[in-house]
Ligand binder design. Structure first.
Ligand code: ATP
Ligand code: MG
Length: 170
């Protein structure tokens, strides 16, 4: 379906902001603090995507950004357009990914440093599934990372500027 990406991205991030406020007994102890910063273009970007699948992708990257960061980290979420793509990025101030591992990060079941990852829980499937979904949409996903400093995940999707109303449809 044709989706307003600014709205959808905001909606996804609102849920992460909300999670910080809900103090259930379950997550009280394990809860990690974080701040989400948003830097979005003000132009409305309409893209053809599968909303549920796309939400899964952003959820996973956001969960990773929080999971692999120390308490109190800032996660910066950007949305911008180039002449024929939209680009979403999610930057964290976390552990980062060692250079030798960067090329494997989207492989099934791959996890950096088994011991470190085991303590965090998870299967190592999140990014492999994310890559599949984004490629099904004709897009690309990649990462820039510096070990010990943080990571930025990028998603680009093909985009054709859509002029206003649907007046010229059919
Ligand atoms: P799952 O998502 O299935 O619950 P997971 O988070 O371990 O488990 P992926 O999301 O596929 O799996 O990530 C693969 C591995 O990449 C992680 O185990 C972690 O080692 C590394 N990784 C992913 N995102 C980050 C990040 N933002 N910072 C540092 N390391 C990361
Ligand atoms: Mg994950």
């Amino acid at each position: 379906e044709l989706v307003n990406l600014n709205e959808l991205y905001n909606y996804i991030l609102d849920r992460f902001d909300m999670m910080l406020k809900t103090d259930t007994n379950d997550n009280k102890k394990a809860k990690k603090n974080y701040t989400i910063k948003r830097d979005f273009t003000r132009r409305e970007l309409w893209v053809e995507i599968d909303t549920d699948k796309f939400m899964q992708v952003v959820d996973n990257i956001m969960n990773n950004a929080i999971k692999y960061s120390p308490d109190g980290g800032v996660v910066t979420c950007r949305l911008l357009e180039t002449h024929n793509h939209v680009i979403l990025s999610i930057s964290d101030q976390g552990l980062g990914i060692p250079k030798k591992d960067v090329s494997h990060i989207f492989d099934r079941f791959f996890r950096v440093d088994k011991a470190r990852s085991r303590a965090q829980g998870g299967t190592g499937l999140g990014l492999a599934i994310s890559k599949e979904v984004i490629e099904l949409h004709g897009g690309k996903i990649w990462v820039d990372s510096i070990e010990g400093k943080g990571s930025t995940f990028y998603i680009s999707l093909p985009y054709e500027e859509y002029e206003g109303d649907l007046w010229d449809e059919n």
